[in-house]
Structure formats: structure tokens, C-alpha cells
Design a protein around this ligand. Sequence first.
Ligand SMILES: Nc1nc2c(ncn2[C@@H]2O[C@H](COP(=O)(O)OP(=O)(O)OP(=O)(O)O)[C@@H](O)[C@H]2O)c(=O)[nH]1
Ligand SMILES: [Mg+2]
Length: 374
Amino acid sequence: MPAPRPPRTRSGTRKVTVPATGRPAGPAHPLADALLEIAFHRASKAAGSGDSSLNRRRSQAHRKVARSAAVLLRQLRQAEGPLHRLEDLTAFSRALLEDRYGPGGIERSLLRVHRAQERLLGFRTEEEKRLARADAPYAFGGSVRRFYGRAASVLFEVERDLARLKEAQELLSDRPGLSGALPALPVVGFPNVGKSSLVARLTRARLRVAPYPFTTLSTAAGHLALRPGVQTPLVDTPGLREAEGRSSHAAEREALLALEHAGPVALFLFDPSGRCGWPMEEQETLLNRLKERFPARRFVEVENKADLLRTPTGRRKISCETGDGLPELVEELRSIFREMGADRLPPLPPLRETLDEPPGQDRDLATNPRHGSG
Ligand SMILES: Nc1nc2c(ncn2[C@@H]2O[C@H](COP(=O)(O)OP(=O)(O)OP(=O)(O)O)[C@@H](O)[C@H]2O)c(=O)[nH]1
Ligand SMILES: [Mg+2]
């Protein structure tokens, strides 16, 4: 049914109310606008020099073009940040970027921002040549205005790329830098089984723990001394419900990527009490699928929430609530790392990560009351 027509006003015209789009009001190019504002503001301070009024005005125009170009070029290079050398990122970081932005998504944005820099350089050279030839003040102003206009359109064109590069850097900034070369130990399992509780118990990482699923939405690492002289990253992962990586949730796909890139051992955490919201059968199925998908991975199987339910299975039982079984679990992990010969690896500096408190003494795992809630 067509929408009713608005009533006529006294003058015979119809009064139309424009519906709210729900889009927040603001500049269409917030990033580009901010960069341009800085560049043009700096350029506006440029003073000319020379032996005549004409030469002084020419030199001032020249400096405005050169200064605004320099500021913009520097900003664009900074926007690339560490992504500039993608090959230096860890395989996990690259996989995360590919998952978020599609194959080659970041490379394309980098290329466009790079081309934007080349175009700015070209426009600057063009206007410098024009200014050298010009002999009227209106031509000087024209050069400056033309350069500003062209610079603005170049920046507007790469606005989305700048936003993507900024977002990608933020994404990577708090992720552990997992790489196959450095063994890290991911803790995986269904949502709400106590993965973050476990990592918070065993390390100094401050993690969000809550009594509902999907509390953790990204990987984070704390450190645990599993081989002499080296802190092994213990990686908290988002809850996982299937092993194939088809989930529409980026967080679930991230958990699988962490498993793929972390190292040869992973800890699979069960909650047999059912408190997490998923029955044991589904948790067992997930583990079996993960074993099929990652046949080289050794899964350490642990049942949490032993304070609520102790099953008759032979799996290790722990309780992150009471601390029961945690020292024994750490011993088992240490002996697995010893068995693998991991302790013969040269000591390596801890991976970059942001969540740990400053390093301190080994913790008394059984008596540590902190539960990392947040
Ligand atoms: N009774 C009991 N509760 C626990 C235990 N370990 C964790 N919990 C509780 O289980 C709930 C989920 O804990 P989290 O550590 O957030 O679980 P998670 O697996 O990280 O959850 P997601 O991040 O959503 O995947 C919280 O309410 C914890 O307090 C335990 O050993 N016993
Ligand atoms: Mg969690």
C-alpha cells in the first residue's frame, strides 16, 4: 500500500518531513578532513622571502604548496605504520588481517595509499614548475588553490583505505604475536567453560570473566614459565562451537586461527557440569573435529569446574574457582614441553603482549585468589 500523502498547507504546497536516516551527523571524510586541516593550517603559516614583493609572494605560494605536501606525505606514511612491511608481521597477524579484510584486502589499501603519495608528489612538482614560470600574483594563489583542491580529492579517494589501515593496526595492537616458531599454548573450548578464568589463574593477564558465553571476543596472552628461562604465552581464545572456520563470528574464526598458528600443543577445556550451556557430547564432538582438522596438534584435555562435577573419565580435573588441580596441570604442561624438547630451544624474549602485569616471582597457583574478573 502506498504511503499516505502529506496534507497540503494553506499555501497549497505539501509539507514533507525528511525521515531520519539513523546515520550519525558528521563530516563525510573525517580522517581525510583531519589530515587536510593539519596540513593547510601549517601551510597557512608560511611566509615568503625575496627581493621584491612579487618574489616574496611567489616564494610564499611555493612554501605553502611544499609545506602542505610534506605534511600530507608524512601523514600518509604514518597511516601505513607497521603494515608497510606486511612480511614482517607474524603468520597469525597476517591470517587475522586476511580473515577480516579478505585476501589481499590490506595490500590493496596499502597500494592505494602509496599511489596517493605518488600523486601528491606529482601535483607538487607540477605547481612548483608553474610557480617558477608565473609572473602575476593571481597565478600564485591559483597554484596554491589548485594544489589544495587536488590534494583534498586524493585524500578523499583514500579515506576508506586510511580507515581500514587504522582499524587493522588497532586490531593487531592488542593481539599476541603468535608465530609457529615460538611455541605458545592456546586454551580452546566451547564458550563459557572457563578458558579466561584458567589463563587469568595461571598468568598475570587481566581478562574478562563472566557467567555468559562469548565474553571473550579476541585472543589475548599471559605468560607462564613452562620451560627454563622462557615465558610461554598462554593464549586465551574466544569460545568455539565448530572446527571448520565457517562461523559468521569473527571471534570464533580468530580462535581457530590462534590454534592454527600458536604451536604444537593446545589445551582443550571441557565443562562437564553443563553450566556453560552446552552438553558434554557437543564438546567431545568439537574436540574430535579439531583433532581431525589439526592432526599434528597435541591436545591436552582438561575438565574444569570440578567443584561442581567430577566425572569418572581419566581426564585431568581442575577448578578455576577453588584452584584445585592447577599446580598439577602446570607440571603436566611443563613435562610435555620437556618431552617435546622445547626446553632445548634457545631462551627467547617474551612475545609482545599488553595484558600482563609487570613480570614478578613465580606464582603460588594453588593459593592465588585472584580470578581476573572484570
Ligand atoms: N563453579 C565454577 N565456575 C567456574 C569455574 N571456572 C570458571 N567458572 C565460571 O564460569 C563462567 C565462565 O568463565 P569464563 O572464564 O568467562 O569462561 P570462558 O570460557 O572464557 O567464556 P567465553 O569467553 O565466553 O568463551 C564464569 O562465571 C566463571 O566464574 C570453575 O572452576 N568452577
Ligand atoms: Mg573468555
